[in-house]
Design a protein around this ligand. Structure first.
Ligand SMILES: *Cc1c(COP(=O)(O)O)cnc(C)c1O
Length: 330
């Protein structure tokens, strides 16, 4: 293990940083957080929210973020749609026009429902409100589809490493805009562990505020090698292709989609159990017979849905194999 205050660590952080900036589409620093994504999701609230938080809610993770904002003692209001529906940019616009909010939370890819929200359209609404900070969670879409932080004007973009990056859990990445840093300066009680200004100060010297999980950073370096060897466009195309394979299977097997048309995720598919199969039994058999694990639906839609992932390291071969095994068990 290398020491986190020595030259070896600085060289490691310095070496991975340009590629992280490329993946984020930003010239801002990219920070390394030794926490799961929720650490940074909570941190964004604590660093940015002063007057009011508008929480765009369309599934388990985005719904929970509203609860987290309130637990941080902030004024928060829900912009709730039914699970399976997307966040309507016009509704965001109407809410922001009230002037009540200075922060918006948005989950780009709602992993529980398989909805991918229209990020560009929502970001373009935000350009009308320069005093509002936008926090975007890309935990299950990061690096699978193109997301350009600076061009879109995103103030905090965050991702965990165990989903779209297919690394072991317990580590996160995030970027903060100049507007985000300026806002944080005026916010009291930011704490220490997740203080954005501490991250900024330390990153300038290729360090982190507290001892980072160095093993994760080595794993990340290795993953970045793979990602850039494949090429970003090829990586995006691979996800689009494997996603289309799953979609074709859903049609041919006579199932339906839980997410509404036009807003379906490119990295996972939430299949609606319109055929009334015993999803838990099906998932159990798939595991026992083929050693493949799928999720039998998240929270309140357990059993009414099941989810098939094509994110991270999945390829045409692995996804085709999964679908063939599913057919076998069906
Ligand atoms: C999994 C997930 C999270 C939470 O990640 P943790 O690793 O549990 O902190 C947040 N947002 C989305 C969209 C997720 O899929």
């Amino acid at each position: 293990m290398i020491g986190h205050r020595g030259e070896d660590f600085k060289n490691l952080y310095r070496a991975i940083h340009p590629r992280l900036q490329t993946l984020f589409g930003t010239k801002q620093p990219v920070f390394l957080s030794t926490s799961s994504a929720w650490g940074v999701m909570e941190a964004s609230i604590r660093n940015l929210a002063d007057r009011g938080v508008l929480c765009c809610m369309c599934g388990a993770f985005s719904d929970k973020w509203f609860d987290v904002a309130k637990r941080c003692g902030k004024e928060a209001e829900p912009l709730q749609v039914d699970w399976g529906q997307h966040i309507d940019p016009a509704a965001v616009d109407r809410q922001l026009a009230t002037g009540k909010f200075d922060t918006v939370t948005l989950i780009h890819n709602e992993t529980s429902t398989g909805v991918m929200n229209p990020l560009e359209e929502i970001c373009s609404v935000l350009t009308k409100y320069p005093d509002v900070a936008l926090v975007v969670d890309t935990v299950s879409s990061f690096s699978a589809v193109k997301i350009e932080v600076d061009a879109l004007g995103i103030d905090v973009m965050l991702t965990g490493v165990q989903k779209a990056l297919a690394l072991p859990p317990g580590f996160s990445l995030f970027s903060v805009s100049e507007k985000g840093f300026e806002r944080a300066k005026g916010i009291r009680n930011r704490g220490f562990y997740f203080d954005f200004l501490e991250f900024k100060k330390e990153q300038a010297n290729w360090m982190t505020p507290s001892t980072p999980s160095i093993a994760h950073i080595h794993a990340l370096q290795s993953k970045l090698e793979e990602i850039f060897e494949e090429g970003l466009d090829a990586r995006f195309a691979r996800h689009a292709h494997t996603n289309a394979l799953v979609h074709d299977w859903v049609h041919s097997a006579g199932f339906d989609f839980f997410a509404e048309e036009g807003f379906r995720s490119k990295t996972l598919t939430c299949v609606k159990n319109n055929k009334g199969i015993d999803v838990l039994e099906f998932a159990r058999k798939l595991r026992e017979k083929h050693h493949l694990v799928i999720d039998p639906g998240y929270g309140k839609i357990r059993g009414q849905t099941f989810r098939l992932s094509n994110m991270g390291d999945e390829t045409e071969e692995t996804v085709s194999h999964l679908l063939a095994c599913i057919d076998d068990v069906m």
